[in-house]
Design a protein around this ligand. Structure first.
Ligand SMILES: [Zn+2]
Length: 399
C-alpha cells in the first residue's frame, strides 16, 4: 500500500479524493443546532452513515496556529506558527508571523504533491494562502484575492472580506475544482466572519451551515471522503449590557510597574480586526521577574490561567522562543486587551464573540465514512484529521 511519511507520521494514500475542511470558528454546537433546525440534512446523516467526534484544537485557539497544525499534522512546537503576531526579541520589534520564513517544517499537502498527488487548496482570507501553499506544487488560491480565471470557474463575484459569501466562495470553488480537476487531496479553509457575529442556532448561523451542507452534499455525491474540523471554537465575550468584557492587561501592568516595563502581545492581532477588535482570550507578556507577577495577574477577575514560558510551551506545545515570559489566558466570557486606547471597537456592530483561550478548545471532528482502530482513550486533536481520514477510514466495499 502506497504511503508517505512527513513530520514523524505516516499516511496511507487516498483511496478516493479526500476533502479536508477547516470551518473557521466552528464551535461544536453550530452543527447540531443547524441539524435540529432541519437545514443541514447531509450533516444530519453523518451520525449514522459517517462518524461524529470532537477534538481539541491547539492553544492559542487562533486561526493560523491551528490551520498550520492541521496541514502539518503537528503542534506549533514543530511548525513554529503560534499566532498571527509575535515580538521578535532578536529584531526588537513586533512582527506578523504570516510569512513562510517562520514555518519550520513542510506541510503534508506539499509532501503528497511531491509524491505525485494532485493537490488543491482554497482559503477564504489571503493571509493563510502563502503559509498553506508553502512549497506546494498544485492549485492554491484565496477567495479574497481570486483572479479572473477563478471567478469564471466559480461563477461568483469576489466577495467582501467581511462576509459569509467569502466562505461560500471557498466551498463553491471546491466543488468546481472537484468536478473539473478531481484533485486527490483538497484542503478548504473558511473564515469565521459569521461565527464572530452569530451564536449557534441563530438564523444567520443556521443559514451559513445550510449553505455549507449543500456543498458538502455535492462533494459527497462526487465520491469524496469528507473530513471536517475547526481551527477553534467561539464564545460570547461580553457583559449583560452587550459591552465587551475586557481585561486591559497592558494598562494593569503599567499601573503596577510603571509605563513600559512590561509588553503585552496579543497574537490574535492581524490586518482583519474589524469583527473582534483584536480582542481574544490569549496574551503573552514580555516582562522581567514574570514569576513574581504570575500570581498577581492570576488573581485578576476574568483570568483563567497564567503560566511561565517553559510551562506554557510544554502544556500547549508552543515554540518557547516565540512566546513571552508569561502566557495569560482569560475565562470563557472574558477577553484580554493591551491598552484601552489601542483598541478600536467601532467596528463591533454586535456584542463581541471571540476565541483564543482554553474555553474555545473543543471543535467538531466529522467524517462521511466510518472509522476503525481509533483507540478508545486517545485524546483526539484537530491536527489528527489527516491521520484519521487516511489511516482509520473503513475500507470501501464495492457496491
Ligand atoms: Zn479562526
Amino acid at each position: 500500500m502506497k504511503s508517505i511519511s512527513t513530520n514523524g507520521r505516516t499516511y496511507r494514500w487516498m483511496d478516493q479524493p479526500l476533502v479536508v475542511v477547516c470551518v473557521d470558528g466552528s464551535e461544536p454546537a453550530y452543527i447540531p443546532e443547524a441539524v435540529r433546525a432541519g437545514v443541514a440534512p447531509f450533516l444530519g446523516r453523518l451520525g449514522s452513515s459517517g462518524t461524529l467526534l470532537e477534538a481539541d484544537c491547539v492553544i492559542p485557539s487562533f486561526t493560523n496556529p491551528n490551520n498550520l497544525s492541521i496541514v502539518t499534522g503537528a503542534p506549533p512546537a514543530v511548525h513554529g506558527i503560534c499566532g498571527n503576531y509575535f515580538f521578535d526579541r532578536e529584531a526588537g520589534t513586533e512582527v506578523m508571523m504570516n510569512d513562510p520564513k517562520y514555518l519550520r517544517c513542510g506541510t503534508l499537502l506539499a509532501a503528497f504533491a511531491d509524491a505525485g498527488a494532485k493537490v488543491a487548496v482554497v482559503t477564504a482570507k489571503d493571509k493563510l494562502r502563502t503559509l498553506l501553499g508553502h512549497r506546494l506544487t498544485g492549485t492554491c488560491f484565496s477567495a479574497e484575492k481570486a483572479d479572473a480565471a477563478t471567478v469564471a470557474l466559480v461563477g461568483m463575484p469576489v466577495p467582501s472580506v467581511y462576509s459569509a459569501e467569502l466562505s461560500e466562495f471557498v466551498f463553491a470553488a471546491g466543488v468546481k475544482l472537484m468536478e473539473r480537476d478531481r484533485p486527490e487531496l483538497m484542503y478548504l479553509s473558511t473564515t469565521d466572519y459569521v461565527q464572530h457575529k452569530a451564536a449557534p442556532g441563530t438564523p444567520a448561523a443556521n443559514a451559513f451551515y445550510a449553505m455549507m451542507d449543500r456543498y458538502l452534499a455535492r462533494l459527497d455525491a462526487l465520491g469524496c471522503t469528507i473530513a471536517l474540523t475547526a481551527d477553534h471554537g467561539m464564545n460570547a465575550k461580553h457583559r449583560a449590557d452587550g459591552s465587551p468584557d475586557v481585561v486591559y492587561l497592558q494598562d494593569v501592568l503599567d499601573g503596577w510597574l510603571g509605563a513600559g516595563k512590561a509588553r503585552v502581545i496579543l497574537p490574535i492581532t492581524d490586518p482583519y480586526v474589524v469583527h473582534h477588535g483584536a480582542l481574544g482570550s490569549f496574551a503573552t507578556v514580555y516582562v522581567d521577574a514574570g514569576e513574581e507577577l504570575a500570581g498577581r495577574i492570576g488573581s485578576l477577575k476574568g483570568v483563567e490561567v497564567v503560566l511561565g514560558r517553559d510551562e506554557a510551551a510544554r502544556r500547549f506545545e508552543l515554540p518557547p522562543e516565540r512566546i513571552g515570559d508569561l502566557v495569560v489566558v482569560s475565562t470563557r466570557h472574558v477577553v484580554i486587551g493591551t491598552s484601552k486606547a489601542r483598541h478600536d471597537l467601532s467596528g463591533l456592530t454586535e456584542p463581541l464573540r471571540s476565541h483564543g483561550g482554553i474555553s474555545e478548545q473543543r471543535v467538531p471532528l466529522l467524517f462521511n465514512r466510518k472509522l476503525r482502530g481509533v483507540e478508545a482513550h486517545r485524546r483526539l486533536r484537530n491536527f489528527d484529521i489527516f491521520d484519521l481520514a487516511l489511516n482509520h477510514v473503513e475500507e470501501k466495499v464495492a457496491a
